[in-house]
Design a protein around this ligand. Structure first.
Ligand code: PLP
Length: 403
């Protein structure tokens, strides 16, 4: 039998922390015919999605939409406001912060990384006071930007972005604030303008419930001004022409038309539900999944309950148990994909995504798959996670999503 043709019955459980499952409504929107990206119909679509994403980022200022993955939007952000040789302050909260730093170095930036010993930095959110101290010591203002990750997808830890802004202000430092919320947007509370972020980077394949393929830079007036006066040699990523053409709903090069249909639909769904309800829904799911992990008696990668991620939970496996082997069993036996441990925590933890187009029963079944897989892998569990998540959901009614 040809195994390449084999597809298991039922729906695959895509429980990685993005790409997340794409709702049928969005898939249908994406399948509409591709239209002329210079024609009048497209201009209306462009204006609609640009206005919608401003509401999602909570900004009154321009949001750039690129046909690229999140990595492209990282590069776009850095190359528009910094020059090779510029000094940037980064904070290592996990593997994605690590990769952003690597990209910054590849662009010729001189990064300085706040990295805590062992796994401390990878189990806690950004300590804004460390940023404040470092900026206060930089009396010559050589640091041009501070870069932090809002929701660290590799660990399941969030960071308080408003506190980072306060730290920069308390140090009376002019550094720009650049924030990656690739996995936080449209799942966790995020406020670009209110939190004084200069460039927010995000992507389509997580809370927006779209396939991978578009990414974003939300800008502040100051970021735009800095980019007009400087930045690196750039063309595709340059904001200037894009800002001008976006005013009429168009882009300088061919935009990802079909994903923009999907984006329009996703924004309609999220805004009809209401962002506060979207955030509450994620918090409730996350608490249910954590109740299950606690019942198993396994540690959660995030060590500080104040910054648990609403999007994913990192589950640490006991010493001597390879988390990837557990994931493999769960995938092979129950057709459920979980996130692997990345970088420093490879083999030590797996990640359960609980974001986007999900519901209580999907998450209960996911926890059941994990519980069976852990038992099959010989992990002694203290109690039933399935019972715990059911108890959590029945005692914390959340209501069905309206969209
Ligand atoms: N930053 C974060 C926080 C991420 O979660 C990801 C991807 O998962 C990236 C950056 C990289 O984005 P991409 O893989 O879309 O290029």
């Amino acid at each position: 039998m040809l195994t390449t043709n084999f597809h298991p019955t039922g729906r695959h459980f895509l429980q990685i922390p993005g790409p997340s499952p794409v709702p049928d409504r969005i898939l249908r929107a994406i399948s509409s015919p591709t239209i002329d990206h210079r024609g009048p119909e497209f201009g209306a679509l462009g204006l609609k999605v640009l206005a919608d994403v401003q509401k999602i980022f909570k900004t009154r200022h321009p949001v750039m939409i690129y046909p690229a993955s999140g990595t492209g939007a990282w590069e776009a952000a850095l190359s528009n406001v910094l020059q090779a040789g510029d000094h940037v302050l980064m904070y290592e909260t996990g593997h994605f912060a690590f990769l952003w730093n690597k990209l910054a170095n590849q662009l010729g930036l001189k990064s300085e990384v706040i990295s805590l010993p062992g796994l401390e930095g990878w189990r806690n959110g950004v300590q804004a006071d460390l940023i404040e101290q470092r900026l206060k010591a930089d009396s010559g203002h050589s640091i041009k930007a501070v870069c932090v990750v809002h929701n660290e997808t590799s660990t399941g830890v969030t960071s308080d972005i408003a506190a980072v802004r306060r730290a920069i202000d308390a140090a009376k430092h002019p550094a720009l604030l650049l924030v990656d919320t690739i996995s936080g947007l449209a799942s966790a509370d995020y406020r670009h303008d209110e939190w004084g972020v200069d460039v927010t980077i995000s992507g389509s394949q997580k809370g927006l419930m779209l396939p991978p393929g578009i990414s974003f830079n939300a800008l502040s007036p100051r970021a735009i001004e800095v980019s007009q006066k400087g930045g690196m040699a750039r063309s595709y990523w340059a904001w200037g022409e894009m800002i001008e053409m976006n005013k009429n709903g168009y882009w300088p090069s061919t935009p990802n038309t079909n994903l923009l249909y999907g984006l329009s639909e996703a924004c309609d769904m999220l805004l009809a539900e209401g962002l506060d309800q979207v955030f509450a829904r994620h918090q409730r799911w996350a608490a249910g999944v954590r109740a299950a992990v606690h019942a198993w008696g396994l540690p959660i990668q995030c060590a500080d309950p104040a910054v648990y991620s609403p999007i994913l939970t990192g589950v640490m496996t006991p010493e001597g148990v390879d988390a990837d082997a557990v994931r493999k069993v769960i995938h092979q036996r129950f057709d459920c994909s979980l996130g692997t441990g990345l970088g420093k925590v490879k083999g030590r933890m797996f990640r359960i995504g609980h974001l986007g187009d999900s519901n209580d029963l999907t998450l209960i079944a996911t926890v059941a798959g994990c519980e069976m897989g852990l038992k099959l892998s010989g992990v002694a569990l203290q109690g039933s996670g399935v019972q715990a998540i059911m108890d959590h959901f029945t005692s914390h009614p959340g209501g069905l999503a309206k969209a």
